[in-house]
Design a binder for this molecule. Sequence first.
Ligand SMILES: Nc1nc2c(c(=O)[nH]1)N=C([C@H](O)[C@H](O)COP(=O)(O)OP(=O)(O)OP(=O)(O)O)CN2
Ligand SMILES: [Zn+2]
Length: 121
Amino acid sequence: MDVFRVFQVEAAHFLPNVPQGHKCARMHGHSFRIEIHVSGDVGEDTGWVMDFADLKRAFQPIHDQLDHHLLNDINGLENPTSENLARWIWSRMADSLPGLSRVVVQETCNAGCSYRGPDVA
Ligand SMILES: Nc1nc2c(c(=O)[nH]1)N=C([C@H](O)[C@H](O)COP(=O)(O)OP(=O)(O)OP(=O)(O)O)CN2
Ligand SMILES: [Zn+2]
């Protein structure tokens, strides 16, 4: 079973490695929509994989580091594409969140990425 929680992060960024004239080289902002998924068995007594509140608690330090910041200023996010942000979030949550199975990052309603960790292409 897979449980997940959706978070929103307001942040600015620019993409330093895009071709000359690309609009994303200019600083701009997104309301990033981030999903954190955890896989596991449903507990016999609890009836849940994990308390949603524990998922929220696990994401809080990430939220605090990202929200209302310029992502490019953050160590490891010098090129803050959705893909790199998903990998960055994964690497910071994997140890403290057993069962972490997917990180989804959406920049807009229409575009984003889904990351299942370094062992899955
Ligand atoms: N694979 C990726 N492509 C792009 C990323 C990314 O992180 N990974 N990021 C961007 C920019 O951040 C840009 O802000 C978002 O791009 P886009 O969806 O094209 O922006 P719009 O919503 O303005 O789309 P329009 O269709 O032009 O309105 C670019 N690419
Ligand atoms: Zn952008």
